[in-house]
Design a binder for this molecule. Structure first.
Ligand code: ZN
Length: 494
């Protein structure tokens, strides 16, 4: 089984390469996990599902996989939002919660959404906040090597020096000269020797809650550092696969490469893999565009842009119908088509369990199985794999109608084909459809209540309108008036 034909597109070489792990039989895999400061939204689903399928396939091939997916909980500066204030710190101040309480709340929500999407938990989920000592030690090594410098209590990575010795920008293809001449007015800019330099340690401002002592200041580590440090700690100085969304190529992964090359003189990662992004109705997702839809909103259909609820399996299947390096555009139309397609596959799977064997055979399941492996081996080509599963469905239907004949062993092979590729590797759970259907009357009842409330509001009957909202809140429904109408969700705190 371990003699595999898997090829992976390596973002660094920009080529499909045969996958050969550095330690026979073992695979070390690191994927940049969520930055924990928002509800689990759609953007979280794609990398999680993409690398879940890779994890499942490597396991199926017989590898012992150590899959590390970090949790960015230290909070890092976001220059384009909230005046650079740490998001976790800000939320904590507003709600009077401990920062780690906020982290836990979001993390629980994220994990619950991942479980519903049937994403397997990774082997290790290290928190950035739990590895401050290791990050400080790593910074000391970078200072010793001369690729970092201290400036007013912060420590920065010296990009121009690194670029003279190595190649900064080799992953993203960015031109470092352009970066050096860019004069974006970043926070702490004047502390840096060059605008391209990035923070390894940031001195915390007095109001910053999440802070740790260090030789340089009370502060917090730079975002890029945690992945170099935790990847090395759990997977070693060199490991096989590093994954993440394409948006992380620059600066995040470029900086990770620079850190580990400056530290060890060689790359840490052998295969870089990046999934493409998600758009909604052809637009990038963004809070300001009003199309920032959480996974829970998809599951309940409670966002104004959604015509109905979409089950977690529909979302998962829809994402897998595209190759991970292609874009995926979410629209009601496309999701409804996906829902129907998935239903057809599941019906085929269920019909398969009832087929009667014949003593003749007019089908070739082995050949179809070979094609399924070929699809996955071709850089995880899930859309082609799904096309083969539809072919298998066609065979099931023809056997069922008497147009084809299958022996007992053909039927066993067909069952094993569905169980292996649809259930185990694509991670589709057949029972989910029924669950969602049974929820429909409850969703309709909520919509009915909200339409009564809308009528009361139209008649300026505020007492009734508020009563409905408050009573719904008491039993766990959060109702929010927005400029586009009313949104509701199940309050996960209750
Ligand atoms: Zn990362």
């Amino acid at each position: 089984m371990l003699d595999n034909n898997l090829t992976i597109y390596n973002s660094l070489s920009r080529n499909k390469e045969t996958f050969v792990p550095s330690h026979p039989g073992h695979v070390g895999m690191y994927v940049c996990g969520p930055t924990v400061y928002g509800d689990g939204h759609l953007g979280h689903a794609r990398p999680a599902i993409t690398f879940d399928v890779l994890y499942r396939y490597l396991n199926h091939l017989g590898y012992k996989v150590r899959y590390v997916r970090n949790i960015t909980d230290v909070g890092h500066l976001e220059h384009d939002a909230d005046e650079g204030e740490d998001k976790i710190a800000k939320k904590a101040r507003l709600e009077q919660l401990e920062p780690m309480e906020v982290v836990q709340l979001y993390l629980n929500r994220y994990r619950k959404a991942m479980e519903r999407l049937n994403v397997l938990p990774p082997s290790i989920e290290p928190h950035a906040s739990g590895h401050i000592i290791e990050q400080i030690e790593y910074i000391k090594k970078l200072l010793d090597s001369g690729y970092a410098y201290e400036s007013q209590g912060s420590v920065y990575f010296d990009v121009p020096k690194y670029n003279r010795d190595y190649n900064y920008g080799k992953l993203s293809g960015r031109n470092v000269d352009e970066l050096l001449s860019a004069t974006r007015d970043l926070d702490g800019q004047n502390e840096k020797h060059s605008p391209a330099d990035f923070a390894l340690w940031k001195k915390a401002s007095p109001e910053h809650i999440m802070r740790w002592p260090s030789p340089w200041s009370d502060g917090f580590p730079g975002w890029h550092l945690e992945c170099s440090v935790m990847g090395e700690k759990y997977l070693g100085e060199t490991f096989d696969i590093h994954g993440g969304g394409m948006d992380l190529k620059f600066p995040h992964h470029e900086c990770e490469i620079a850190q580990s090359v400056a530290r060890h003189g060689h790359d840490a990662v052998r295969y870089w893999m990046h999934n493409n992004m998600i758009t909604i109705n052809g637009q990038k997702m963004g809070k300001s565009l009003g199309n920032f839809i959480t996974l829970d909103e998809f599951f309940t259909g409670s966002h104004p842009l959604l015509e109905q609820a979409y089950s977690p399996m529909t979302i998962r299947f829809f994402i897998l119908q595209a190759h991970y390096r292609g874009t995926v555009d979410f629209s009601n139309e496309a999701l409804q088509a996906s829902e129907k397609a998935l239903q057809r596959l599941i019906e085929g799977y269920k019909r398969l369990q009832t087929l009667k064997p014949s003593d003749q055979s007019t089908v070739d399941i082995k050949e179809l199985e070979r094609k399924c492996y070929e699809a996955l081996d071709d850089d995880l080509n899930t859309p082609v794999l799904i096309a083969h599963l539809f072919e298998a469905c066609g065979i099931v239907n023809r056997i069922n109608d008497g147009h084809d004949k299958a022996t007992a062993s053909d039927i066993e092979e067909l069952k094993s084909l569905f169980d292996t590729f649809l259930i185990d590797i694509l991670g589709i759970k057949p029972e989910e459809g029924g669950d969602e259907d049974s929820l429909t009357p409850y969703k309709n009842a909520v919509d009915l209540l909200l339409s009564i409330r809308a009528e009361a509001k139209a008649k300026k009957d505020w007492a009734t309108s508020d009563l409905i909202r408050d009573k719904m809140a008491e039993i766990g429904f959060k109702v929010k008036d927005t400029k586009d109408g009313v949104e509701w969700s199940i309050d996960s705190k209750s």
